[in-house]
Design a protein around this ligand. Structure first.
Ligand code: SAH
Length: 228
């Protein structure tokens, strides 16, 4: 998979995309992340990328020309499955969406900044708009990092024990059951005995029951979705 991220503040992305599972996925050649500095496509000597908004509202808007040039420079080189814009009014990112995106070959993620981007780019070039939650960030970079993390860890081989991604919360529509490691007794706090029993069938049953209980208690709306 190849992900091109277009950003006006590319340095924000250095750290979140260079550690742990994402770093290993890059090293294994499972994903290539290319960060495009929008200023490289800016206008004039000052590489201008933003301007005042029509209508007199406060705040700067990213201009269409630099966005158009950055996006078409990429699309002229290869086909993209998705040209994504990160936006608080987009479709909410969830696990099924991450699963769908994780099988794509090439993705562009465009990060907004200031007030956002000229709407004509959204109408004519963007094919998918994603929000990571009902709140407003200063820029799309952290949203892009969240989207990348959620999909890269799903690429087969990114996580060494593949079962590990499959047993995460939401993957089967439920929250994950509680997890424990050694020691079995810490400060007098005991690990549930069934987990020490060595009986795989009983352990699976216990985990399924706990997953259901936790979902019913913490996120009952997930069960409605499952039943509906
Ligand atoms: N004026 C816009 C918000 C701009 S915030 C509005 O009211 O909808 C600046 C940029 O941050 C946006 O262009 C977008 O790319 C990014 N952003 C902010 N909140 C986000 C969220 N919840 N999910 C994804 N991207 C977000």
């Amino acid at each position: 998979m190849r992900i091109d991220i277009i950003s006006a503040v590319p340095d924000i992305l250095n750290s979140p995309l260079n550690y742990s599972i994402i770093k290993r996925a890059k090293e294994k050649g499972l994903v290539e992340i290319n960060i495009v500095n929008l200023h490289d496509y800016g206008k004039g000597n000052y590489k201008q990328i933003d301007d005042y908004s029509y209508g007199g509202d406060a705040g700067m808007v990213i201009m269409p020309e630099p966005l158009y040039r950055a996006i078409t420079d990429l699309t002229s080189q290869r086909d993209y499955d998705y040209i994504i814009y990160t936006s608080p009014d987009g479709e909410l990112l969830d696990q099924p969406m991450a699963n769908t995106l994780s099988i794509a070959e090439n993705i562009i993620i465009l990060c907004g900044h200031y007030k956002g981007i000229d709407h004509r780019i959204r109408e004519h070039l963007i094919t998918k708009e994603i929000s990571i939650g009902n709140y407003v960030l200063s820029g799309g970079e952290l949203a892009a990092a969240v989207i990348c993390d959620s999909i890269i860890r799903l690429i087969p081989g990114a996580i060494t024990d593949e079962m590990s991604a499959l047993s995460d919360s939401f993957q089967d529509g439920l929250l994950a059951p509680p997890i424990y490691t050694r020691p079995a007794n810490f400060n007098g706090w005991e690990v549930p005995p069934v987990l020490l029993s060595g009986n795989t069938k009983l352990i699976r049953e216990w985990q399924e029951q706990k997953a259901l209980e936790r979902t019913r208690e913490l996120r009952p709306e997930l069960l409605e979705n499952l039943e509906g």
